[in-house]
Design a protein around this ligand. Structure first.
Ligand SMILES: Nc1ncnc2c1ncn2[C@@H]1O[C@H](COP(=O)(O)OP(=O)(O)OP(=O)(O)O)[C@@H](O)[C@H]1O
Length: 582
């Protein structure tokens, strides 16, 4: 919007006057009903004469309210005034115009006796695509449940500050019930025309995330906005790992418009996996064989409340619960590519990103020290693994993605049927083997405060490919330099031991199966001896969740398999955090 309407200090809290919709007004008395009937008649007659819809200053003819905003837009008159009237906004009277696209208001200049027009009046507006609630504003005495003196109507909308979204409100004051009711009706009707805005959500809150404040974040920053937007939220506070997954496998999802996860990456990964697994079950897909997955039935909203929030940051650009809630409320849909991780033909899980080698082993070590606070155990594991840096001996195959724009180019379609790339052709599998310090496979950019441009800056949320980042064996100091560059501006990939590829699939097979060692003793500083595993289990870091996987893993990308609430973000707006320990 162009001007600064008063920002709400927590959408509900700042609302000192009571509010309700006109239809909720209840006095119960017969006389009142009669009066209402008469009033209605009078109003209808007035409407017919155009006296209500258009103020004295409005030359436009009255119009019927649009059946839906889309119909109106389709008629190509999105900028045609639908209704016009006078409201007080702040201390001044304003000429207010509603179109299918926006509400615009201009201060009414008092005519001066000298005929001067005075200073130029500034027009302000709010786009309806940013408006998420309209309420009737009334003054009620303490304890009064209904009725009350009507004061006007209030629009609640979303304001952008960089990539941060904030809720704000504009009060349109007018004591005429008829006037306000007509405006209210039109606004409600127009808002109903926006697609994707959820009315009912299934919410999972992980109370154990980060500093155990996820539920409080939900109560303070999200629930009030959902209430304002008339969203019905069914909340489950998860009791253990796997709880959300178990519910998603069995619960009825028909009544919901979306699923929301309040937590960190581990919780998001579990809910995303659950939603996608449920979609495969409903579609009768056999996940014990190579299969083409179907899209998740519902979009997923992420309220960041964890110690790592890479997925949330990739679609919001910031760890900010209110921004995330507003993306959900306004129905901002962002299709996202998702990977399947399978072994011996069986699906292990769905996910957005994976790390093998240093990334996997560091997480495995951190998980063994769960009793430590999250940041402490992460730093501890990082230092221990760097001190004992060892490569993995494995065979790595990948299917590169080659984009061609020639005549023979095929069109690739996502499961939704949308063309996701102009053309591409896959080269045959390429295979390399040797010692690797770390292998990252990422279907989304993975923005975070440690890497504002992303752990995989060369990939996009829905470009139908994955970034494969290979760090071959190198000295500890070179590897640390490579890691440090993620938080800065220098290219983290400009090292001779680092390779990046754009791929459709990756196969990774650890080559040595000797004995397991979790030996991280400081005196062993040789980083040329590969890590051996006796149990044939290798730790993978999949979206911050530990997966102990046997043998060969196949990772395939599936374009736009899941829709997240959010949008494409180029760079995280988090203040960059340098890892304190390297
Ligand atoms: N009530 C619970 N108690 C313990 N763990 C839970 C509970 N509910 C869910 N979990 C699990 O906790 C794990 C970590 O949660 P989440 O990622 O939200 O928090 P986090 O602080 O970012 O954690 P991490 O530091 O492990 O990334 C998830 O795998 C989730 O399944």
């Amino acid at each position: 919007m162009s001007g600064p309407p008063r920002e709400s200090a927590g959408a509900l809290g700042a609302w000192s006057e009571s509010r309700e919709e006109p239809s909720d007004e209840a006095d119960g008395g017969r006389n009142t009903r009669k009066k209402k009937k008469k009033k209605k008649k009078r109003r209808r007659r007035k409407e017919e004469r155009g006296e209500l819809e258009l103020g004295a200053s409005a030359p436009q003819p009255p119009r019927d309210p649009p059946a839906t905003a889309e119909e109106d837009r389709a008629a190509g008159d999105a900028d045609e005034p639908i209704i016009r009237g006078i409201f007080r906004i702040g201390r001044r009277s304003h000429d207010v115009v509603l179109t299918a696209r926006r509400v615009t208001w201009t201060p009414i200049q008092p005519e001066s006796p000298t005929g001067d027009s005075g200073s130029a009046s500034t027009e302000e507006h709010v786009e309806l695509k940013d408006v998420f609630a309209v309420k009737v504003k009334r003054r009620r005495s303490i304890g009064q449940q209904s009725g009350g003196t009507l004061l006007g109507i209030t629009l609640f909308h979303c304001r952008r500050k960089g990539i941060k979204l904030k809720d704000a409100e504009v009060h349109f004051n007018n004591l005429s019930v008829d006037h306000c009711e007509v405006w209210f009706r039109h606004l409600k009707e127009l808002l109903r025309g926006f697609p994707n805005r959820p009315k009912s959500l299934k919410v999972f809150v992980n109370p154990a995330s980060h500093k155990k404040e996820a539920y409080q974040i939900y109560l303070d920053e999200v629930a009030p906005l959902f209430k304002l937007a008339d969203i019905d939220a069914n909340v489950t506070i998860t009791e253990r790992k796997g709880h959300a997954l178990a519910i998603l496998k069995e619960c009825k999802l028909d009544g919901y418009d979306g699923v929301v996860c309040v937590g960190g990456d581990g919780s998001v990964a579990e809910v995303a996996h659950g939603l996608l697994l449920r979609a495969q079950m409903d579609a009768g897909r056999d996940t014990d064989s190579i299969f083409t997955p179907v899209q998740a039935a519902l979009p997923l909203g992420i309220i960041p409340a964890g110690s790592t929030n890479v997925v949330a940051c990739s679609v919001h650009g910031i760890r900010h619960a209110a921004s995330a809630a507003l993306h959900i409320i306004l129905g901002h849909h962002q299709p996202v590519d998702v990977c399947t991780f399978s072994s011996l033909g069986r699906l292990l899980r769905f996910g957005f990103s994976a790390m093998f080698g240093f990334g996997g082993r560091t997480l495995a070590l951190a998980e063994k020290h769960r009793w430590m606070p999250p940041s402490q155990r992460r730093d501890f594991a990082l230092i221990r693994m760097l001190a004992n840096l060892k490569p993995e001996d494995c065979e790595l195959s990948y299917l590169p993605l080659r984009v061609s724009h020639g005549e023979n180019a095929e069109q690739t379609k996502s499961e939704s049927g949308k063309v996701v790339r102009e053309a591409e052709a896959a080269d045959p599998w390429q295979t390399t083997q040797g010692l690797f310090l770390n292998i990252s496979i990422m279907a989304i950019p993975c923005l975070c405060s440690m890497a504002p441009r992303g752990l995989a800056p060369n990939t996009r949320l829905n470009n139908g490919s994955m970034a494969l980042i290979i760090a071959r064996n190198a000295s500890r100091s070179e590897f640390i330099k490579h890691l440090k560059r993620y938080s800065g501006r220098s290219n983290q990939f400009s090292f001779s031991f680092v390779e990046t590829h754009t791929v459709k699939a990756v196969k990774l097979r650890p080559r040595v199966q000797g004995f397991w060692t979790d030996d991280t003793s400081e005196d062993n500083d040789s980083n040329s001896t590969p890590i051996l595993s006796s149990e044939g289990m290798y730790p993978w870091n999949i979206d911050g969740d530990l997966l102990e996987a046997p043998a060969e893993i196949l990772i395939r990308v599936h374009p736009e398999l899941l829709t997240l609430y959010g949008e494409t973000v180029e760079e995280a707006e988090e203040s960059p955090v340098k890892c304190s320990c390297i």
